[in-house]
Structures are given as C-alpha cells and as structure tokens.
Design a protein around this ligand. Structure first.
Ligand SMILES: [Zn+2]
Length: 252
C-alpha cells in the first residue's frame, strides 16, 4: 500500500480540511502521515510561544493517532513561512523523511500567509525531493516525484472571497465523527479562535465547510481536492483510484 503525506502550515489545518479523507485512506490500509510546517506557536492568547508549540505538537500527534497516522513537524516559525531557500530545504527534508507516494498540500490561494507560502514550498519540495543533488538534511532523496494534490482553502474561498472550486470531492459522511474527534484534540485553539477569529465554537468552521462541499456534490459532508498535473508531476488519478467512489460533479 502507498504512503500518503498530508502537509499543512499549522496543527489543526489538515484536521479541518482533509481529515475525513485521511480516515478513509487509513481504513483501507494506506499508511498516513500528517505533517505541519510550523508548530503553530503564535496561535494562542498567551505570550509563551515555546509552551504553545509543545502543547500544539502534542495535540497534533494525538489527533493523528486517532486514525493510526504519524505526525511530523518541520519546525519553521509560525507566521515565518516564506518561499525562500531555507524553508524550501526544510519542506524538502520533511517530504523525504516521510517517503510519500502521494502528497496533499495547502491551497495556493488561502487566507493565511503561511498557507499560501506553504503551498509553494510543498509543490516545489515534491520536485526537489527526488533531485539527488539537492541538499536538504539527512533523509535520502525520493525515487520519484510524488503525486500532488491541493486541499481546499479555509472557507473554500480566496482572499477576495471568490470560491475556489475543487476538481473532485470525497464523501466523508461515514467518517465525519472521526473528523470531529480529530479536530477536538486541538483544545488549545478554543480561546485563540474566539479572540482572533470571533468563533465561539471552534469546530463550527470545519463543520460548515464540510457540509457546504457536501451540499455541492449531493452528499451530507465532503472534502474537495485539486490534482497538480504540470510536468513532470504524475498525472494519473492515483488518489482517486485509491478512494474508489469519487464525487466529480456538483449534485444540484
Ligand atoms: Zn493554518
């Protein structure tokens, strides 16, 4: 069975955007690794980033463990993810370390600078990971470029509010309870999301987005994806084939 690596910028992003799909893959016997570029140390109402980083790494590992997934963190600074040399080497080392066949990465357009820069780093890290001459860390280069997919942006929209349409969606109705439990492992986010985002129920955004995608595809809950197919990335529908029943057109 292949390995699927889901990378995003902060702990709780993947739980919000792709945990249902990862739960389905894990249940099929696929090895799943969840990784974040940062530990999300700025996502707290206190001013002790080191302590926040420890808490959030532990929460992310606990969430991943619910579906039998491993958790990795590249340790880049929160709000300090840039499309630069240092960050690209860190992303490449992360990808090489996980040995993925498929990678799920952040949407190129999203609400947060770490998400948008992280999308470029994951895209280009997948390319660099199989280049033997590219020095990153101690992990061995990959044999080939992995299949690359972008998850939906938070809220399904870009910064101007325009909808970002997925290419296909995955029906996550059967694993919605697992997805909720994974997100609830990020309990440190309750106070932060109330302060910074004005959200009194920190799972409400995930719930609404999953329901909206589901409505668009004629099911109760769904997650959307786009495959990156530019040369020389693999173009065959490997994730779609792994998942089987893929939703490819809007229901209504
Ligand atoms: Zn984030």
């Amino acid at each position: 069975m292949p390995t699927v690596l889901a990378i995003h910028a902060h702990p709780d992003d993947i739980e919000t955007l792709a945990a249902g799909t990862l739960a389905l893959l894990s249940a099929k016997g696929v090895r799943v690794v969840i990784a974040t570029l940062t530990a999300g140390e700025c996502g707290a109402v206190n001013d002790e980033p080191e302590a926040t980083a420890r808490v959030r790494r532990a929460e992310a590992a606990a969430a991943a463990a619910l579906i039998g997934a491993d958790y990795l963190c590249a340790g880049l600074p929160d709000l300090g993810v840039f499309n630069d040399d240092r960050c690209r080497r860190a992303a490449t080392e992360l990808i090489r370390g996980a040995r993925p066949d498929l990678v799920l990465g952040p949407s190129p357009a999203d609400y947060h600078p770490d998400h948008e820069a992280g999308s470029l780093l994951v895209r280009d890290g997948c390319f660099a990971a199989s280049a033997p001459g590219y020095r990153a860390g101690t992990a061995q280069p990959l044999d080939a470029i992995p299949h690359l997919y972008f998850v939906d942006p938070v809220g399904g929209r870009d910064r101007e509010g325009r909808p970002v349409a997925p290419e296909f969606a995955v029906d996550i109705g059967s694993v919605m309870a697992v997805k909720r439990e994974m997100l609830r492992r990020h309990q440190s986010q309750v106070d932060w999301l109330l302060k910074q985002h004005g959200m009194s129920d920190f799972t409400a955004g995930m719930e609404a987005q999953s329901r909206k995608r589901g409505r668009e595809f004629g099911v109760a809950f769904a997650e959307g994806f786009r495959q990156y197919r530019h040369t020389p990335y693999p173009r065959d529908p490997r994730l779609q084939t792994l998942l089987g029943e893929i939703l490819t057109s809007t229901g209504a």
